[in-house]
Design a binder for this molecule. Structure first.
Ligand code: FAD
Length: 449
């Protein structure tokens, strides 16, 4: 009798370059493709609204793609441990395969399932599918994690080149009678009351086929001048791969190998390096979203929160054109250009003196590419509390940034033409206040301790 293999899809919603799927095909038994919406296991961070929207559409695309190849996507909701183990029992599965995750709670869930299933005699194997280098393979001479990007990336580049991507399987033999599945619609991942996702629908097409198309287009049209134009928010010159990488619709190995020979790819590849650095940092510091990486920042004297200021920032009503444009782009599309992310984050932390964690939470809820490493890592980078962080005295001046990177005001006119013109704070005064607060941290902060 057949003993099916379960392929447990997680942040890898693709068929090409999917080592877990490849292992299941090589085992030569029918395949059950599974996705678990786990909002119950200890410590798992519930997805934000924009991410849920993306997930819905990406799962729909994956299900269709699997169906075309001969398999069915089974959807289940609940704590993954119980669900995976029950499915193994019910289906008489002989093997479970997945690609690794690197967040602390996810690793704990996966390790628990792996050891329980192995005790029951089930084959379990996990694979590297989401990062070019496993976090434990990139260490300093003394065996610790890098805290500065440049030597980290140099060390990565000195390792054997990332493996070649695996081709998309021609067929995926499904089980004749697939186990029961939830209906995707019943998960209510899409907003309905109100339906705020119109701008997301206009902007994005989630799913592996669209991700592959965008990558191709970027490589021919944009990569050659990426280095020169990547900082201009109106240039449309970046890859827009972030949500696709977040959901694993395309693997970093594919992106790497398809870009590496192209003229001028070095800068782009080093951005993939920052993605690696953020994930490695999370692996070594699982509390990245809640705790300062550099403990001296625990003494930062955040003033009491002024809720109207936070609200003005969230909704692009600060009267600072580049900040308002960015926050409105984010609200409408679920995305914001990297340069503007830095400017809006700096404004929140350093001009409004609002704790970076509140900004991180807002981005978590509104970005389609929000992920548990890149988002907190970059917020901490801007705050100065993180790895290889911007020095605390670097306060982006949104007016100068606009002059430099949006000289014709193209981006600002697109997103913030009707924004308020009266700034809610004085940039110069608030900059001084921020520097004074940061000075306190530098002087050792925890007075009397
Ligand atoms: P490209 O310029 O084409 O870069 C290619 C890829 O490199 C990106 O898709 C991304 O995977 C990676 N990358 C680029 N810049 C960075 C960076 N600074 N750090 C880590 N990886 C990078 N990126 C996310 O993927 N998810 C987030 O939740 C996220 N939150 C952010 C929050 C703040 C405050 C800031 C300043 C940056 C954040 N970023 C995040 C990083 C960066 O802004 C986005 O990855 C980038 O804008 C995505 O656009 P792109 O794919 O066109 O990038």
């Amino acid at each position: 009798m057949a003993s099916p293999s379960i392929v447990w899809f997680r942040d890898d919603l693709r068929l090409a370059d999917n080592p877990a799927l490849r292992a299941a095909i090589d085992r030569d038994e029918p395949i059950i493709a599974l996705f678990v919406l786990d909002e119950e296991s200890d410590g798992i961070r519930p997805l934000g609204g924009a991410a849920r929207w993306w997930l819905h559409h990406s799962l729909a695309s994956l299900a269709e793609h699997l169906h075309d190849k001969g398999a069915t996507l089974v959807l289940r909701r609940g704590a993954a441990d119980g669900i995976v183990r029950q499915l193994v029992t019910d289906a008489g599965a002989g093997a479970v395969f997945w690609n690794r995750r690197y967040g602390g709670p996810e690793r704990a869930v996966d390790a628990g399932i792996k050891s329980a299933l192995r005790e029951d005699g089930v084959t379990v194997a996990s694979f590297a599918g989401s990062l070019l280098h496993e976090p434990w393979t990139v260490t300093t001479g003394s065996g610790t994690h890098y805290s500065v990007f440049t030597p980290f990336w140099r060390a990565c580049r000195a390792l054997p080149a990332p493996r070649s991507p695996l081709p998309e399987p021609r067929e995926i033999p499904g089980v004749p009678r697939p186990p029961a599945s939830d209906a995707l619609e019943d998960w209510e991942l899409l907003p309905s009351k109100p339906d705020w996702a119109g701008g997301l629908r206009e902007t994005w097409e989630p799913g592996e086929p669209a991700a592959r198309r965008r990558l191709k287009e970027f490589l021919t049209d944009d990569l050659p001048h990426y280095d020169r134009t990547r900082d201009e928010p109106s240039a449309g010159a970046t890859s827009l791969m972030s949500p696709r990488l977040r959901w694993g619709e395309v693997s970093p190995f594919t992106v790497w190998h398809e870009s590496v020979g192209v003229d001028g790819a070095g800068r782009f590849l080093s951005e993939l390096g920052w993605r690696e650095f953020a994930w490695h940092t999370l692996y070594h510091f699982p509390d990245l979203a809640t705790k300062n990486l550099r403990q001296e920042f625990d003494s930062f004297p955040w003033p009491p929160l002024d809720p109207p200021q936070l609200d003005a920032w969230q909704h692009g009503e600060t009267g600072i054109p580049l900040v308002d444009a960015g926050m409105r782009e984010l609200w409408h599309t679920g995305y914001m250009h990297n340069r503007v992310r830095m400017v809006t984050a700096s404004f929140l932390i350093k001009n409004l003196l609002i704790d970076w964690r509140l900004g991180e939470e807002w981005f978590w809820d509104t970005l389609v590419d929000a992920d548990e490493a890149n988002n907190p890592f970059n917020w901490q980078w801007v705050a100065g509390s993180g790895a290889d962080a911007a020095p605390y005295f670097r306060v982006f001046n949104p007016e100068l940034q606009a002059k430099k990177f949006d000289p014709q005001s193209t981006y600002i006119s697109q997103w913030a033409a009707d924004a308020p013109s009266e700034p809610i704070v004085d940039l110069g005064e608030t900059r001084k206040a921020a520097l004074a607060a940061y000075d306190q941290v530098k002087r050792g902060g925890r007075s009397g301790k």
